[in-house]
Design a protein around this ligand. Structure first.
Ligand code: GLP
Length: 241
């Protein structure tokens, strides 16, 4: 596990953008695993800047998002599909057909989850997976629990995640209670993983992760310790607390 400590959020975002830019240069039809949340927003802004000012080309890039709320349509302003279109896809030259965000309104959600993992593999698997981390150590929507799903599945959100994500909704009652998420096994299949964290509220989770001595389903991010190519990019606040 490699750790890069950047001065602030801006530098963290630039460092992540730079890695992605270099990887797209090596493989223009790269498969990117993408995350939502406020953490990667700066990285998306940086990639948009690189597209506009440095001709970074997304025309052959394929993307798969980690998760989506169950019950929200892609045009609902709080859905992750809406978020991705709004803050990233609509500003670059990506073919929207090459972008995948789980469908929170799929009729048969169980079958849909299986299919999602299959289409990722059919596309060649994720080359670089971007991850954020929850304050409780969750990755995507894999919440601390007695057991974690290997593949994409439907999960119940914990009170702490509902609380943390309620800032994006009009009221806490509007936050969906369940979500579709790629599983820990789906995430670990990526060839390379970049986890981003900024701010003091992430320091506890980052400290726990950097201890690096054990994996626990109560700390879902700890499973990243089993992956051979993980880079953690943090700002000083997330590193020092
Ligand atoms: C959300 C998302 C995660 C994200 C995390 C942290 O619940 N499902 O993918 O990494 O919470 O979000 P933020 O970056 O806003 O702190």
């Amino acid at each position: 596990m490699k750790i890069l400590v950047e001065k602030d959020y801006d530098m963290m975002s630039k460092a992540a953008g730079q890695i992605i830019k270099e990887e797209i240069a090596k493989k223009p039809n790269i498969v990117l695993g993408l995350a939502t949340g406020s953490t990667p927003e700066g990285m998306y802004k940086e990639l948009i800047r690189m597209h506009k000012e440095e001709e970074l080309d997304f025309s052959k890039v394929v993307t798969f998002n980690l998760d989506e709320y169950v019950g929200l349509d892609g045009d609902h302003p709080n859905s992750y599909r809406y978020f991705m279109n709004d803050i990233f896809f609509n500003h670059i030259n990506i073919n929207i057909k090459n972008t995948h965000v789980p469908n929170g309104k799929a009729e048969d959600l169980g079958q849909y989850c299986k299919t999602y993992d299959e289409i990722i593999q059919e596309a060649g698997g994720v080359d670089i997976q971007i991850l954020g981390i929850g304050e409780n150590g969750h990755v995507a929507f894999n919440e601390p629990d007695e057991a974690l799903s290997v593949g994409t599945s439907i999960v119940k959100l914990t009170e702490s995640t509902i609380q943390a994500n309620s800032r994006f909704f009009d009221s806490i009652e509007d936050v969906p209670k369940t979500a579709i998420t790629m599983g820990i096994g789906s995430i670990l299949k990526a060839k390379k993983i970049i986890l981003l964290a900024n701010g003091k509220n992430k320091a506890k989770a980052i400290k726990e992760l950097l201890k690096g001595d054990k994996v626990s389903t109560q700390m879902p991010a700890s499973f990243l310790l089993l992956h051979p190519d993980v880079t953690i990019i943090v700002d000083e606040d997330a590193y020092k607390g």
